[in-house]
Design a protein around this ligand. Structure first.
Ligand code: UFG
Length: 328
């Protein structure tokens, strides 16, 4: 297939794009490079344009004879969405609707969409099944849920085909250490712990140790980006006219913030001092996937489930590229 990868220069998008190439697909990267890195997709065709530019998207889809779209082009930080919701609604909702319009106009009917466990909010039960009620607790989660609804309606009314993948916590780096996480500012737990190990920060702030979890710190399901990338290619094969699917992508295992710091200490051999800080707004206590539907519908299962292995790949990337892609 020939796949247009929106947000393909981002952390997850670039990994998925390279995996598609490995599997024999053709890709065109479409990214405004506001948060992505051209170096992460060096050698792949790249269109530098905006998610709000429907005419540009339509033109690329027509000129390049695109068969399917993968849409990673979103802002994805919970705290930022709480502080500046309009930025999130504009990019994640308005931008995605512009994309859906461009796909209809260009006659492209297949989409793999990056959704999130943040659509569940604070779940009633953990692990969270794919059919659990969706009650987001932050603007980011709402923006993704709105597009999930729009996709279901597009499938019903226009015969569009989609798979929406609800990621849990994307983590880790390419196995060879050539690609990894590079956000500015960095807000994610694993890269921050590794920045402390590198001496770029003096301590790791634990946001809350009074949650109703075994050690009082938040529990997340960390899923390796190569496992995520593989799920996207499998999802591509499952798209079909009028068919829509919502799928959790997680390992089914949770790790607390405290356990992440301990894993980072084991992997790096550095002390990683911590300090307890206030809870971060918008953080649910525990998010762990029941990945049952991904197994049944996509034949997918996470291969990397050990948090040490995830941290090990991230460490290889951060150690080799202490300034991120500026060092690549
Ligand atoms: N954390 C700290 N200290 C830090 C950074 C993070 O204690 O310096 C904690 C957070 O409070 C949270 C956990 O570590 O409990 C994981 O935080 P991340 O920022 O790494 O990840 P999030 O769970 O906030 O976010 C991820 C994705 C989002 C997605 C969200 C769903 O990045 O896109 O999961 O909750 F929406």
């Amino acid at each position: 297939m020939k796949v247009l990868v929106l947000g393909g220069a981002g952390y997850v998008g670039s990994e998925a794009a390279w995996h598609l190439v490995d599997r024999g697909h053709e890709v065109v990267i479409y990214d405004d490079l506001s948060r992505g890195h051209a170096r992460s997709v060096a050698g792949l065709p790249l269109v530098e344009a905006s998610l709000h530019d429907g005419a540009a998207m339509r033109a690329v889809m027509g000129d390049e004879r695109i068969d399917a779209v993968m849409h990673f082009a979103a802002y994805a930080l919970v705290a930022e969405s709480v502080a500046d919701p309009m930025m999130y609604y504009h990019n994640n909702v308005a931008g995605s609707l512009t994309l859906l319009g461009a796909m209809r106009a260009a006659g492209v009917g297949h989409l793999v969409f990056s959704s999130t466990c943040a659509t569940y909010g604070t779940p009633d039960t953990v692990p969270i099944p794919d059919h659990a009620p969706q009650r987001p607790v932050n603007p980011y989660g709402y923006t993704k849920l709105i597009i999930e609804r729009a996709l279901a309606d597009h499938a019903r009314a226009y015969g569009m085909s989609f798979v929406a993948l609800r990621y849990f916590n994307a983590a880790g780096a390419a196995e060879d250490g050539s690609r990894g996480e590079d956000h500015d500012p960095e807000t994610h737990a694993i890269p921050i712990a590794l920045q402390v190990a590198l001496g770029q920060r003096d301590r790791f702030m634990i946001f809350g140790d009074d949650y109703p979890t075994p050690d009082g710190t938040c529990v997340r399901d960390y899923i390796h980006i190569t496992d995520l990338a593989r799920a996207h290619e499998l999802a591509l094969r499952r798209t079909g006219p009028g068919r829509g699917l919502f799928v959790n992508l997680g390992t089914g295992h949770g790790h607390s913030v405290q356990q992440i710091v301990e894993a980072a200490r084991r992997v790096t051999g550095h002390a990683i001092p911590t300090e307890i800080a206030e809870r971060r707004p918008g953080d649910p206590p525990e998010l762990v996937a029941d990945p049952g539907r991904a197994r049944e519908e996509l034949g997918w299962k996470a291969e990397i489930t050990g948090v040490d292995e995830i941290v090990r790949t991230a460490w290889r990337w951060h150690r080799a590229h202490p300034a991120g892609y500026a060092d690549a």
